[in-house]
Design a protein around this ligand. Structure first.
Ligand code: AHM
Ligand code: MG
Length: 335
């Protein structure tokens, strides 16, 4: 019958978080509240990104400013939405945002025990083309007795309590994981206004012949990086060379890699010896997601990405992340 096809036992993000909370006897519910604020910011950012595209479309008809201006506006809106959500949660002691030079301290928040790092709209250079962008986030817990200082966020990714990202694509996707836990994917159902669990316990395929890198930088790559990518373009065993897929939006390239397998890289090179992507709100959260899904993530020196400790909040790193076997291959070439 028709009613049999309708799922009446839907797992929303709210339900998922509540069920997770009851598994942890020591949980106070603070983390759940923080996540509620997070998910609201994702819904709001997703909404405004879609509206802004419409504004840009009228812009094409000859009414609007330079596109760069619009992009900037959206970066600011995303950032402001995220900051407001974190402040109003009452659970966030400090926030690092890609869009803010300095750490934001929410001094009026007595009892706030979390430190959050985020890139509110990653990949924003793609916005005007309607290409997927997203929000990346990492959550640390304050040390016992800490009043909330920079040291609470200048930590290795291995100490992250939770991390994840959203991708505002054909639909809004949310991928979230907790330390030592599984990776779960949710899809925003616009009619319900809820994130619905659609991808429980995501596992990245062990290997896949797809590579994702800005090959335009290859002139600047170190020799071993050049040799690695050249090798991928030769027929593999009795099979074919790797396929190339590069969107230029980390959340989209990472999401595809998570689902299909393969390798995503933004290596350090001679032009950018420290790489491009930022440790706190790009590399470390993604590395946690990939490890918890059975993949790996390393920096350009082949250190485990989650062991890298940033000195400054906006520090960068080279990164290779993806399927377990694909990252093993990266390591072989970078010995
Ligand atoms: P952004 O934070 O300024 O948007 O830059 C980060 C983005 C990533 O999403 C993406 O992986 C990378 O920059 C693409 O860089 P490039 O254009 O150099 O290939
Ligand atoms: Mg970014």
């Amino acid at each position: 019958s028709e009613t049999a096809a309708i799922n009446t036992n839907i797992v929303t993000l709210t339900r998922f978080l509540t069920e997770e909370q009851t598994k942890h006897k020591e949980a106070t519910g603070d983390f759940t509240l923080l996540c509620h604020a997070l998910q609201f910011s994702f819904k709001a950012i997703s909404h405004y990104i879609r509206r802004a595209t419409l504004v840009n479309l009228t812009g094409l008809a000859g009414q609007s400013n330079a596109t760069g201006d619009d992009q900037k506006k959206l970066d600011v809106i995303g950032n402001d939405l995220f900051i407001a959500a974190m402040r109003s949660s009452g659970k966030c002691a400090l926030l690092v945002s890609e869009e803010e030079e300095e750490v934001i301290y929410f001094k009026d928040q007595g009892g706030a025990r979390y430190a959050v790092a985020c890139d509110p709209i990653d990949g924003s250079s793609n916005l005007d083309a309607g290409v997927s962008v997203g929000t990346i986030f990492g959550i640390h817990k304050l040390e016992d007795g800490s009043m909330g200082t920079k040291e609470d966020i200048l930590k290795p990714g291995s100490e992250l309590l939770a991390a994840g990202f959203t991708m505002y694509g054909a639909s809004a996707q949310l991928v979230i994981t907790m330390r030592g836990g599984t990776v779960n994917g949710f899809t925003l159902d616009n009619s319900f206004g809820e994130f619905i669990l659609t991808h429980p316990d995501m596992r990245i395929p062990k290997a896949r012949a797809i590579y994702s890198v800005n090959e335009g930088n290859s002139h600047y790559w170190e020799d071993n990086t050049k040799e690695y990518f050249s090798a991928l373009k030769l027929p593999q065993g009795s099979g074919k060379p790797y396929s190339a897929r590069y969107i230029g939006s980390m959340v989209a390239d990472a999401y595809r890699t998570l689902l299909y397998g393969g390798i995503f890289a933004y290596p350090a090179d001679k032009k950018s010896p420290k790489g491009k992507l930022r440790i706190l709100y790009e590399c470390a959260p993604m590395a946690m997601v990939f490890e918890n899904a059975g993949g790996q993530a390393v920096d350009s020196k082949m250190n485990r990405m989650l062991d890298v400790v940033p000195e400054h909040i906006h520090d960068r790193s080279g990164i290779f992340l993806g399927s377990y076997d694909e990252v093993e291959k990266v390591k072989q070439f970078h010995k």
